[in-house]
Design a protein. Structure first.
Length: 147
């Protein structure tokens, strides 16, 4: 209890074995995974781990790669990975991210935003505060092409 503090969350889950394990996660954790298994960086653990990535946070659904092309150009130029948190990433946009990851052009992981409705927007705002980023939302007059 002391390790998580007053604002922490404790989750108890049934074990698959006979051991008791304690895992302390610092930061934020949410219940959505990567948009495609091709984004996995550790195939043994089926995890996508990124070191010091650019983080793009939006409440939009991204289907066209043109929507995020300016960001991708910066990512390639800087040689850093990209974590994309959006309402959804699908179609041409998802296919392009996967193909470029497999070719080694750049490393990107797309994740569906947590929550629904107004709760989703609040959670995205929390993520942007935690990561030092900015939530790109049309409600604030922001769009992906200009940021």
């Amino acid at each position: 209890m002391e390790r998580v503090g007053n604002d922490g969350v404790i989750t108890i889950e049934e074990s698959k074995g006979f051991t008791t394990e304690l895992e302390v996660v610092e930061g934020m954790q949410f219940d959505r995974g990567y948009a495609s298994p091709y984004m996995v960086t550790d195939s043994d653990k089926m995890e996508a781990v990124l070191e010091n990535p650019y983080i793009l946070i939006t409440d939009k659904k991204i289907t066209n790669i043109q929507e995020i092309l300016p960001v991708l150009e910066q990512v390639v130029q800087q040689g850093k990975p990209l974590l994309l948190i959006a309402e959804d990433v699908e179609g041409e946009a998802l296919a392009t991210l996967v193909v470029n990851k497999l070719r080694g052009t750049f490393n990107a992981v797309a994740v569906k935003a947590p929550g629904f409705g107004d709760r989703r927007k609040a959670m995205l705002e929390d993520i942007s505060v935690l990561t030092g980023g900015e939530l790109i939302t049309e409600d604030l007059g922001l769009d992906l092409k200009s940021n």
